[in-house]
Design a protein around this ligand. Structure first.
Ligand code: M6R
Length: 608
């Protein structure tokens, strides 16, 4: 969601900025722009539409001179996607240029105040107030001016700022929206996400809320919100550059689907020692775990779906009550939390605005928090009391795949760990679970090897208008994910229903030819699913079932069947989601959609 880039150094800045913005495209955007300092003025080039358009009109940046610049890809929140609403925004006197990620909640009041003082506005954005606040509260020093302007801002913001009075510097400030500074040799970078600079430097500074950075080509200095100098440690990124490239696949999404065996391996293997699940890395004390009364899992989108599976697993193995809530609801629900509760935040990016707010609400109430996060050093990872990393590696496609399965694997590990530590009745099954977990990456590989069968099935259904998913228990949680995956990239209407609930309303939508994808991976519920499949077939539905390989009865009542290799009840859902991801992918690709960057969506939702 919006991308920020900045460069200062010996090279021509515009091509560097465009290259960085290109690598941020996956975040989602609808317009792009750059601003460069050259010959005593700030030159701005910006355009609605794809970044390629901006590249075309600037000859890849070559027509825009200057060695100091900022750039932006905008995902519209205030004001339609248009040239004039694109960033960067200049102050009225054209001495300041600003790029902004986030939302300025009090922009209307600020705009009115600035208009009353004679300012003019050239866009409908909330962001334009910032450049004018810089002009209004100019202190003669870029850092002090930024600090003075920020005092007036309410909301979330990551800012990159140029000033004509300090043409050899870029200033940056963050609050509730990520911002990273890359340290190079005689050059420095500003970005909103690490993949944008990993090919230039692995040494980065992660800005914290309220911190200001001032970069020149040779150094980076840091200040608190009042402009007082502070120290900051360099963070070394150790993942491989190829992880952020397509590596021969047509889309990142397919590459990431195929990377799941490795993501599972990395997430699981270090945590199984001598046949036992070892999460001592969490530092959760045994006595506290034994007294744990309730768990609240809070997340958004697919991470919420992973959380639902987490509830199924934790309640089954550790017998602790679990609630699962959507972060945007949780944060405003005045949640009832007690000292013997645990709040688990699940997030790939660790930067989702609602999940951050939910985490802060839990901390405000003094409750212990655990983050299941993929991005190292992200806000949620830094602020939670305990962190369980998923080691899925960088995920670029907007539709999450490998990060989701790694989240589910982390929740399986966690459920087993607390069952073990509490000595629950399930504990004797744990070494079987640990063994199955170790086999999971290999079995996942076998499931993915069968991708051409899913491709064939997608070719039968890619032009359907409505597709329904049904399942019970864990399979219902899985259905929600299958349905979301399909919606987000194929734009086909889809719903997931608990299979037993269908006849209470939604079954009226089933007509001859409607595709119903039925999940029946759990032994204890498969007979019920058998009946539900027959119910929808009796109304003319075409049924594609996903169940244990060799389940002849389910296969016999279905039009199409995908068999999942046997592993264990706890882990088959992780395997069963893979055909669903492949199905969504192939359907979207057959429809000619931009699979990695679906319309209206952003990878990391950093605004409310
Ligand atoms: O980064 P997060 O895991 O916190 O993101 C949560 C959701 O925005 C995310 O899972 C979203 O639903 C994905 N696009 C789904 O594919």
């Amino acid at each position: 969601m919006c991308g920020i880039a900045g460069y200062i150094g010996p090279r021509q800045a515009a091509p560097v900025l465009l290259e960085a913005l290109k690598k941020l495209e996956y975040r989602g955007y609808d317009s792009a722009g750059i601003a460069l300092i050259e010959d005593g003025h700030i030159q701005v080039r910006k355009a609605r539409g794809r970044l390629q358009h901006l590249m075309d009109i600037t000859s890849g940046g070559m027509e825009t001179p200057g060695h100091v610049g900022i750039g932006h890809t905008r995902w519209a929140t205030h004001g339609e996607p248009s040239d004039r609403n694109s960033h960067p925004h200049l102050s009225n006197d054209e001495r300041f240029a600003v790029v902004h990620n986030g939302i300025i909640e009090n922009f209307r009041q600020l705009k009115e105040m600035l208009i009353s003082r004679g300012y003019h506005f050239h866009s409908d954005t909330d962001s334009e107030v910032i450049s004018n606040l810089m002009q209004e509260y100019d202190q003669g020093s870029l850092v002090e001016t930024l600090a003075a302007a920020a005092v007036h801002l309410e909301g979330s913001y990551a800012l990159g700022v140029l000033s004509l009075d300090e043409p050899g510097a870029i200033a940056a400030l963050r609050k509730d929206s990520p911002l990273i500074i890359g340290r190079g040799e005689g050059e420095n970078y500003l970005v909103s996400d690490i993949p944008a600079i990993i090919s230039h430097t692995r040494d980065v500074y992660l800005l914290e809320d309220g911190e200001i950075a001032l970069m020149t080509d040779s150094e980076v200095s840091f200040f608190d919100a009042y402009g007082a100098p502070i120290g900051k440690k360099v963070f070394h990124v150790d993942w491989d550059v190829s992880a952020a490239e397509k590596g021969g696949f047509e889309h990142f999404m397919m590459k990431e689907i195929m990377e799941q065996p490795q993501a599972l391996q990395e997430t699981i293997r270090p945590r199984i020692k001598d046949g036992r699940i070892d999460l001592s890395e969490l530092g959760l004390e045994g006595g506290w775990l034994k007294a744990l009364h309730t768990i609240h899992i809070v997340a958004c989108g697919s991470a919420y779906h992973a959380g639902r599976l987490g509830k199924n697993l934790i309640e089954m193995s550790a017998r602790i009550p679990v609630t699962v809530e959507i972060a945007s609801e949780f944060r405003y629900s005045d949640p009832i939390l007690q000292p013997d509760h645990l709040v688990i935040l699940v997030s790939q990016s660790g930067e989702t605005a609602d999940s951050i707010a939910a985490l802060r609400e839990a901390k405000r109430q003094g409750v212990k928090t655990l983050a299941i996060v993929n991005v190292l050093g992200s806000t949620i990872a830094r602020e939670a009391d305990h962190v369980l990393y998923t080691w899925a590696g960088p995920e670029i496609a907007v539709a999450t795949t490998k990060a989701y399965t790694a989240q589910v694997a982390a929740l399986v590990l966690f459920s087993g760990y607390i069952a073990q530590e509490r000595g629950s009745a399930y504990a004797p099954r744990l070494n079987i679970l640990a063994e199955a977990l170790l086999k999971l990456p290999e079995v996942a590989r076998q499931v993915l090897d069968d991708h051409s069968r899913v491709q064939y099935l997608a070719s039968l259904f890619f032009n359907h208008r409505d597709i329904y998913f049904i399942g019970r228990g864990i399979d219902y949680s899985l259905s929600l994910e299958g349905s979301l995956k399909l919606k987000e990239i194929s734009y086909i209407h889809s719903e997931a229903q608990p299979a037993g609930e269908l006849k209470h309303g939604t079954i009226s939508l089933i007509q001859p030819g409607t595709l119903v994808i039925a999940l029946a991976t759990q032994k204890k519920l498969r007979d019920k699913m058998l009946s539900n499949i027959q119910e929808v077939r009796a109304r003319g539905a075409v049924v594609l079932s996903i169940a244990a390989r060799g389940d002849k009865e389910i296969a016999a009542v279905s039009d199409h069947f995908i068999g999942i290799p046997p592993l264990s009840d706890e882990l088959e859902p992780i395997l069963a989601v893979m055909p669903l991801q492949l199905f969504a992918y192939y359907v979207a690709a057959l429809n000619g959609n931009d699979v990695d960057k679906p319309r209206n969506l952003a990878k990391s939702v950093t605004v409310e």
